[in-house]
Design a protein around this ligand. Structure first.
Ligand code: TYM
Length: 332
C-alpha cells in the first residue's frame, strides 16, 4: 500500500522485441489496472545484462521499449515509468536480499536451468541471482500485485518467500506481493511451434508478432502459423496451434474463447487466420502509429523517464532506509 492505494508493479526486459505474448500476458493487464492503483512499470535493463548485449544496440532497444510502453497507452500521469538502472536502490536492496536467499533455491529455478543450458559459455552470477534482483524490484515499492505471464510464477513465489523470511526474522517490513494473472492469454505460444511459448528471443521472427510489426507482416505471420490437419476450429489440448490462435483472438478482442469458438462453426483455418490477423492488426495499429511519433521525440521520452526515476527513487529509498535500519547498518 502507498497512502490508501494498492501498488501494482511490473517490468519487461529489453531483449529482442516486445511481442504479442508480452502484450497480452502482461502490458494489456497493466493498462486495465492504471486507474485504480499506484502503478509502477520499469524497463528491467539490469536484468537483461545477464546475457551479452551489444552496448549501442542495447541502449537503442531500451529506448524503443520505453517508447512502446507509452505508445501502448501507459500514461505518465497515472503510472511511474522508468529504467531500472536509473534507480540505484534496486541493486542495493538486491545485495541485502542476497544474504537472505539460498544458493540451492536459486539453482533450482526453471529459468536458470533453461538459460544456463542456452548460454553454456556464460553461466554468470547474474543469471543465478536474477530472481533476487526481481524480488528487490517488487519489494522496494511495497507492491501488492504483480501482473505477469504464467512463466514468471516461480519468480513471484521466490519473491514472496524472501519477503516472508525477512519479515519473520525482523518485523513486518515488506508487503508480500501477489501475482496477478489475466483470465486468459497468460501464456501465448509460438506461431511456428505452438508447444513453446512465444519468445522475444526466438531466432525465427515468424514465431512471434513484434508489437511494431507492420500490418502486412502481421498478416503473413498468421497465414504461416502452424496448425494441424484435421480442419476443425475448436479449442482442444491436442490442437495447440488452433487453440493458440483462438486464445489470441479472444484476448485481443476481450471475449472468451468459448464465445469466439462459436463464430467458426462450419469455417476453416483460413478464416480463423484471417480473423486473428485482422483483429491483431487493428489492436496494434494505434500503438505502432503512436510509437512512430514518440520514438522521434527524444526530449519528451527523456523528461518522462527522468521524472519516473525520481518518483520511483523516493518510494524505494523509504523501503531501503527501513531495511538498512532493521539489519543493523549504522545510520549515515
Ligand atoms: P519478460 O521480459 O520475459 O516478459 C515480460 C512480461 O511478458 C510476459 N510474457 C508472456 N505472457 C504471455 N505469453 C507469453 N508468451 C509471454 N512471454 C512473456 C512475462 O510473464 C512478463 O510478465 N523477469 C521478467 C522481468 C521483470 C519483472 C520484474 C517482472 C524484472 N523485474 C519485477 C515483474 C516484476 C521478465 O524477464 O519478463
Amino acid at each position: 500500500m502507498l497512502g490508501d492505494k494498492k501498488v501494482v508493479y511490473s517490468a519487461v526486459q529489453p531483449t529482442g522485441c516486445i511481442t504479442l505474448g508480452n502484450f497480452l500476458g502482461a502490458i494489456n493487464n497493466w493498462l486495465k489496472m492504471q486507474d485504480d492503483y499506484v502503478n509502477i512499470f520499469a524497463i528491467a535493463d539490469l536484468h537483461a545484462l545477464t546475457v551479452r548485449q551489444n552496448p549501442a544496440e542495447y541502449r537503442k532497444r531500451a529506448m524503443s521499449f520505453f517508447a512502446q510502453y507509452l505508445a501502448c497507452g501507459l500514461d505518465p500521469q497515472k503510472s511511474i515509468l522508468y529504467f531500472q538502472s536509473h534507480v540505484h536502490q534496486h541493486a542495493e536492496l538486491a545485495w541485502i536480499l542476497n544474504c537472505f536467499t539460498y544458493v540451492g533455491e536459486m539453482s533450482r529455478m526453471t529459468q536458470f536451468k533453461d538459460k544456463s543450458a542456452k548460454h553454456a559459455e556464460n553461466i554468470n552470477m547474474g543469471l543465478l541471482d536474477y530472481p533476487v534482483l526481481m524480488a528487490a524490484d517488487i519489494l522496494l515499492y511495497q507492491s501488492d500485485f504483480v501482473p505477469v505471464g504464467i512463466d514468471q510464477k516461480q519468480h513471484l513465489e521466490i519473491s514472496r518467500d524472501v519477503a516472508i523470511r525477512f519479515n519473520n526474522l525482523y518485523s513486518p517490513t515488506f508487503t508480500v506481493p501477489e501475482p496477478f494473472f489475466g483470465k486468459q492469454g497468460t501464456k501465448i505460444f509460438s506461431l511456428q511451434d505452438p508447444t513453446q511459448k512465444m519468445s522475444k528471443s526466438d531466432p525465427d521472427p515468424n514465431g512471434y508478432i513484434n508489437l511494431i510489426d507492420d500490418p502486412d507482416t502481421i498478416v503473413k505471420k498468421f497465414r504461416r502459423a502452424v496448425t494441424d490437419c484435421d480442419g476443425r476450429v475448436i479449442y482442444s489440448e491436442d490442437k495447440p496451434g488452433v487453440s493458440n490462435l483462438l486464445t489470441i483472438l479472444a484476448t485481443v478482442t476481450d471475449r472468451t474463447v468459448a464465445d469466439v469458438e462459436k463464430d467458426f462453426v462450419g469455417k476453416g483455418y483460413a478464416e480463423l487466420k484471417n480473423e486473428v490477423a485482422d483483429a491483431v492488426v487493428e489492436r496494434l495499429r494505434p500503438i505502432r502509429e503512436q510509437y512512430d511519433r514518440l520514438i522521434n521525440d527524444k526530449e519528451y521520452l527523456v523528461s518522462v523517464y527522468k521524472e519516473g526515476a525520481e518518483s520511483a527513487s523516493r518510494i524505494a529509498q523509504r523501503t531501503l532506509n527501513k531495511v538498512y535500519r532493521k539489519v543493523g547498518l549504522v545510520e549515515r
